[in-house]
Design a protein. Structure first.
Length: 592
């Protein structure tokens, strides 16, 4: 026996589907379903079926109960001193299956279960929805239940769409998101997801059309777009870098990432040493684009060739390159092991010693070990104040890196003024257009130091860093900049904007395997969710952040790890208190 009330009224007995005809029969079945397994008194049922007439109600109710029993089968409707109740196995009623499927998958979602499995279960759950439940039945209790179930359905869909966006599947999500969002123009969370997907897919004009349509639909209800929808519009409308004014306008372009040109050079015959240098340039470009597996394979081959030739100085440089690439993925422990090996070689060479030590200092600042980084900074001579000759590329690169580390150390010590000055110096050195100097990290450092100093100029530099990174295809740098900007938005009291940039950062970081940035982005999203009074989303993303950090054994400081674990624990306590499994019949809508 099966009872279907989602999108239709249908009973299947002995594999024979039958329509439930008659408004009174449908209303009676609906009331018994939504009150099960509780008993419902005859007076309540009679009042619902015949609100304007009590004469003969008892006998008429007995007649309708008898007819419904005939449809459902003997024993399905029980009679007792307290009235009537539906006694059917849970899996025989589609609306019960739907409620349990959605409740279970959302509970697992908020507790941090695997994404691929979650997506499959979310898709299975929403496929049970073939239309509004209890169609054609009008009663206050049924209407309230219909609304609650629709909220569950939309929450499941929004969670599904958000996961697809986080995975970078922008085109795929548009195929399933657009039909749902177009039917709910006043549901701003859906419209925000729709605009975000279109924006990421490069369909800017369509994203603006979605906003305009949502605003018109809201105006009919005398409502204005909420802050999150307005924040999505602002992100879409951001002008290209060339059209922006301000102090960041004339910043130098990012390092050239013409992979095709380098590959054409490699296709030409040349000296082995020149070929190795070209392959190193190619590996750096691949790493900047987030293609870490290819980059690491190339750097590994280069390091092996230098080792075979006993070129220890070049071998140490290649190991430093490996450390730099691995560190971007968040695997700082592995990066430090590469540096240990490189510095053992450096005991017999000198030309790259300062570079390797500064790289170690940079990794130490990322993991919060500020005093160790400061000690290295004291050991490496400070670059001269006079301009570095443009012909001295290694000296300029080393000087820019020294000032970058200086800025990070000062910033994390709370010395924001010196940090800004050091970051400006680092950017000035990196922006002098030498082909191998990359101003991208200096842009983000300058923006971050201004942010921590409470200077609104930071937003201009963050936007420039994001635009440069996207235009050059530098996905890891884009993830880093979006996550850093999300923190700025939180500090300036704009959690809606922080949520959008955090989601951008997380989407890019997951696609490229930058798990350290993914952990940082998830933490920003969770903090924004707390500010937006959305504890369920905060719970999920705090769990996500800890999971990402654990994935690469990110060397969090003990106090930082304890703080994050406490946030996760408190979030899980909230989830238990809200009893997501039963949904407590008061499931809140997702504020995406």
């Amino acid at each position: 026996m099966a009872i279907n009330v989602i999108g239709r009224f249908e009973v299947t007995v002995d594999q024979e589907p039958q329509k439930v005809v008659g408004n009174l029969q449908r209303l009676l079945l609906a009331l018994l379903i939504l009150r099960a397994p509780q008993w419902t008194s005859p007076d309540v049922l009679s009042e619902a079926l015949w609100p304007d007439s009590s004469a003969g109600a008892e006998s008429r109710l007995h007649l309708h109960i008898h007819r419904l029993r005939a449809r459902l089968g003997t024993g399905t409707i029980e009679s007792g001193p307290d009235g009537y109740r539906l006694d059917a196995p849970h899996d025989t009623v589609d609306v019960w299956r739907f409620e349990r499927a959605v409740g279970d998958v959302l509970a697992d979602h908020f507790r941090g279960r695997a994404d691929t499995e979650l997506l499959r279960r979310l898709e299975d759950a929403v496929q049970l929805w073939v239309g509004a439940p209890f169609p054609g039945v009008e009663h206050p209790d049924v209407t309230a239940e219909r609304y609650r179930l629709e909220e569950m359905y939309l929450l499941a869909q929004e969670t599904r769409f958000a996961h697809l966006l986080d995975r970078g599947e922008h085109e795929a999500v548009l195929e399933v998101l657009a039909p749902v969002a177009s039917e709910h123009r006043t549901r701003e969370s859906l419209q925000t997801l729709w605009m975000t997907a279109l924006h990421r897919a490069g369909r800017r004009s369509e994203a603006i059309e979605v906003f305009d349509a949502a605003r018109e639909a809201l105006a009919v209800l005398d409502l204005e777009p909420d802050r999150e929808l307005l924040a999505a519009r602002a992100m879409v409308l951001e002008q290209p870098a060339a059209q922006r004014g301000g102090t960041a306008r004339d910043a130098a372009p990012s390092v050239e990432l013409d992979e095709g040109e380098i590959r054409r050079d490699l296709a030409q015959p040349g000296a082995p040493e020149l070929t190795l240098r070209a392959r190193r340039r190619l590996a750096r470009v691949l790493a900047m684009k987030g293609r870490f597996d290819e980059a690491l394979e190339l750097f590994g081959q280069i390091e092996a060739q230098y080792r075979a030739r006993s070129q220890e100085d070049d071998e140490a440089t290649a190991l430093g390159d490996l450390a730099a690439v691995v560190s971007v993925t968040g695997d700082l422990s592995r990066a430090l092991r590469y540096l240990d090996e490189a510095e053992q070689l450096e005991e017999r060479t000198t030309s790259t010693d300062a570079f390797l030590r500064l790289l170690r200092a940079l990794l130490l600042t990322h993991s919060g070990r500020i005093e160790q980084a400061a000690e290295i900074l004291r050991e490496v001579p400070r670059p001269p104040d006079e301009p570095v000759p443009s012909s001295s590329e290694p000296a300029a690169q080393l000087a820019a890196m020294w000032w970058r580390v200086r800025s990070q150390v000062d910033r994390r010590r709370g010395a924001t003024g010196p940090a800004v000055a050091a970051a400006r110096r680092a950017f000035h050195l990196a922006a002098r257009r030498e082909p191998q100097l990359d101003p991208g990290p200096m842009l983000v450092e300058l923006a971050s130091s201004l942010r921590d100093a409470g200077d609104e100029e930071c937003f201009e530099w963050f936007h420039r860093a994001i635009q440069d990174a996207h235009h050059a295809g530098r996905l890891p740098m884009a993830a880093c900049a979006h996550a850093a900007l999300a923190k700025a938005q939180l500090l300036w009291g704009e959690p809606e904007n922080a949520l959008l940039h955090g989601r951008e950062a997380l989407s890019i970081a997951r696609r490229t395997g930058c798990w350290g940035y993914a952990g940082r982005a998830a933490k920003r999203i969770a903090d924004a969710a707390v500010a937006l009074s959305d504890p369920m989303r905060a719970a999920w993303y705090y769990c996500e952040a800890l999971s990402f950090y654990r994935r690469v054994e990110y060397p969090l400081l003990p106090q930082v790890r304890v703080e994050l674990e406490q946030l996760v624990a408190s979030s899980c306590g909230f989830l238990e208190a809200t009893s997501l499994h039963g949904m407590d019949r008061r499931l809140p809508p997702l504020q995406s």
